[in-house]
Structures are given as C-alpha cells and as structure tokens.
Design a protein around this ligand. Structure first.
Ligand SMILES: *Cc1c(COP(=O)(O)O)cnc(C)c1O
Length: 383
C-alpha cells in the first residue's frame, strides 16, 4: 500500500499529457473548442466549459480524491462554500440537520439563516455526544455535520461511533476535516460520506489562496457533482495550481507544525498565566484518547485559556508580538494569534480569555521568546 506522504508527491500528476512537465500547468480557460458537432455533444469529453473543469482543476480534484480515499472530489471557491455545498447537496425542505456546536462560526450562520429560509431545521449538539447522538435523531433527520476537532475549542468527536449510529438510520455523515487534513484523519475509513476541507489552510499552506474541497464516497458522488454543477461553483486554475504546489510539501510542513506546536503547548502549560492548553496531542487533553485512536498526527493549531485578565492586558500581550501576527485563518507558514473570546458567539464556559495560536514554521525558540515576552506584558498590565 502506498503511504500518504508518497501519494502527496505523485497524486494528480500526469507529465505525459503536459509535454513532460512535472507539474500540470495553469490552464486559464472559459472556452474549450470542439472540432465538430459530434464531439461537441459527446458526453465523454473531459473538458467542455471552464466552469465544469480544466486540466489544472481536475488535477487537484484527483489529488484530493486519492488522498481522501473517496470516489470524487469537487472544488469550491472557499472552504465555507465547500461546507455549504455539502449541506445543500444532501438536505431538502422539511429535513432536519444535526450540527456540532463546535462548528466553524460561518457554517453555523449558514444553517441559521440560509438553510432555515429553505426549510431545513438545524439542531446544534454537544461535540462530546458520541453514539448518544442517536437520542437526538428524528424521523426527518437527514444529515449530521461534524468538525473534529473544533477549530477554536478543539473537542475531538467520536466520528466512527456517530457514523455507525447515523448509518443505521440512513442519515448522511458530513465532516469538516480541515484541522487534520486528509493526511492525519482518514475520513472515509471512519465512516464519513462527505469530507470537507478548507484548502485555504494547510493544503494551500502559504496564505495566498482561497479554496475548498468536498470529497464524496461512491454512494454520494453523483449527488455531489450534480449540486456542484447546479450551483455554478468552480475554482480558478491559478488557485488550483498553487494548492497543488502546496500539497507537495504538506507532510513535511505538518510534521514541523506539530513538533513546534507540541513543544510550545507543553511549555505554555507550565506558565502561571495560563489556566489551560487545549491541544488533543497533549496526554491530559480531554480529546487525547480519541485523537490517539483515530488520528495519525496533528497540526499547529491550538488554544490556550488564560486566567482572568482584562481586555486591556490581553491587548498589551497581543499588540507587541514580534513573530505572531494578528489575523484570521491558519495553516500558512507563518505564526498567527487570535483573541477568540472577543467573538460575540463565543461560549462562556472558559475560566478566562481564550487565545488561539497557529504555530508556523519559524524557529520554535524564537516563538517561545515571543510568547514569554507577551505573557510578561500581560502580567505587567494586570499588576
Ligand atoms: C477557515 C475554515 C473554514 C472556511 O474556509 P475558507 O476557505 O476561509 O472559506 C471552514 N472550516 C474550518 C474548520 C475553517 O477553519
């Protein structure tokens, strides 16, 4: 069996079709020309119109499909549109949708606004539900939408247990698999029907692309392709090219992100200003057992909960960082920091401010010095 880091190198590449070039070039095309009427209406034509795919976008779809172990991948212009496409492909008016409470915020808003307007009712459930989620199934429940771990609070879900319970009732299982990437969580192997990625994050990996993917198992392939086409979704050849380039180094980048994140997470746990570190690879993390059972690795994204601190002292900490920049997103080569508790919808269950860190590819000692100085500023402002 070919291992995933080997697949990352070869997936989606067909040099013989591109003058021997190692990489599939950027095909910027809206229009493909046909030599005659017969070929214009030949359904086996691989390329008919830019929105329906070009050799560049197809190469990326094939690469993701192979990595995710699915039957077909489609590309969307953002990770969020990949989440909403998966829901739209499955749910109809009158259906009930179960969504994890830890879901990416804008996905929640889509359910509460658009899906609701189209007659789909959403219930948000505790990410710790596991097989007990079946108590919340209704006759009209059509799909469960998981995200494991959540991208701010990092609860790991029992995906195989939920998938088993869902499939007993014919309920579709959708997973936002962005944190683990296809490299570290085998979504299809754990019973997921539709696996969603924000390729904007680690697959792109360089903070210069917006892109989403949805991968379907064989049973869902046709429904996915049809909804994708009906909604008119597509991605640019340039963005597909950059994401293909990012994919080639995904395994080495992730290894470094995980190593540095683990070192900093352990160090932060020992700091007096920090009440808690939430990172599933840590042995005492509530999600550790499931993470260890189901995942083959982690990434560089985790959160810390500070002891009670004023907004002013948190701002003093974050405003003076040298290597951690303030920014949404994650998965690029650079370190980022985000005061997640500022968000309106943030759950109130934490002891103090929750700071999300993306650990980039900088030298880990420089990052440690930066964080230590930040915590000193927090301390100074507080006292
Ligand atoms: C960022 C993110 C998305 C949305 O991706 P975009 O490319 O920003 O639209 C979806 N899910 C998770 C978990 C994310 O972190």
């Amino acid at each position: 069996m070919t291992r995933k880091d080997t697949k990352l190198v070869g997936a989606g590449r067909t040099p013989a079709l591109h003058a021997g070039a190692v990489n599939t070039p950027v095909y910027r095309a809206s229009t493909f020309l046909f030599p005659d009427v017969e070929s214009m209406f030949d359904n086996s034509q691989p390329y008919t119109y830019g929105r329906r795919g070009t050799p560049t976008t197809r190469a990326l779809e094939d690469a993701f499909c192979e990595l995710e172990g699915g039957a077909r991948t489609v590309l969307t212009p953002s990770g969020l549109s990949a989440c909403t496409l998966a829901i739209l492909a499955i749910c109809s008016a009158g259906d009930h949708l179960l969504v994890t409470d830890s879901v990416y915020g804008p996905t929640r808003v889509f359910c509460e606004r658009i899906a609701k307007r189209y007659g789909v009712t959403t219930t948000f459930f505790a990410p710790s539900a596991g097989a007990k989620l079946k108590d919340q199934f209704r006759p009209e429940t059509k799909a469960v939408f998981l995200e494991s771990p959540g991208s701010i609070t990092f609860e790991v879900q029992d995906v195989p247990a939920i998938a088993k319970a869902a499939h007993e009732k014919g309920i579709t299982v959708i997973l936002d698999n962005t944190w683990a990437t296809p490299l570290h969580f085998d979504a299809m192997g754990h019973g997921v029907d539709l696996s969603v990625q924000s390729a904007t994050k680690y697959a792109g990996g360089h903070a210069d692309v917006m892109l989403g993917t949805v991968t379907a198992s064989a049973a869902y392939k046709d429904r996915l392709v049809q909804a994708h086409g009906d909604l008119g979704l597509c991605a640019s050849a340039d963005d597909a090219f950059l994401t293909l380039r990012g994919l080639r180094t995904l395994s080495v980048r992730l290894k470094r992100h995980q190593e540095s994140a683990t070192e900093l997470a352990i160090w932060l746990k020992g700091r007096p200003e920090v009440a808690r570190v939430i990172y599933p690879p840590l042995h005492d993390d509530p999600g550790h057992t499931l993470w260890k059972r189901d995942f083959t690795g982690a990434c560089g994204l985790f959160s810390i909960v500070l002891h009670q601190a004023s907004d002013k002292s948190v701002a003093a900490m974050l405003d003076g960082m040298k290597h951690f920049s303030l920014g949404y997103s994650w998965g690029g080569f650079e370190s980022l920091i985000l005061p997640a508790h500022y968000h309106r919808s943030f759950p109130k269950k934490f002891e103090g401010p929750l700071i999300r860190l993306h650990i980039g590819l900088e030298n880990v000692d420089d990052l440690k010095v930066d964080l230590a100085a930040g915590l000193e500023r927090l301390h100074a402002e507080r006292s």
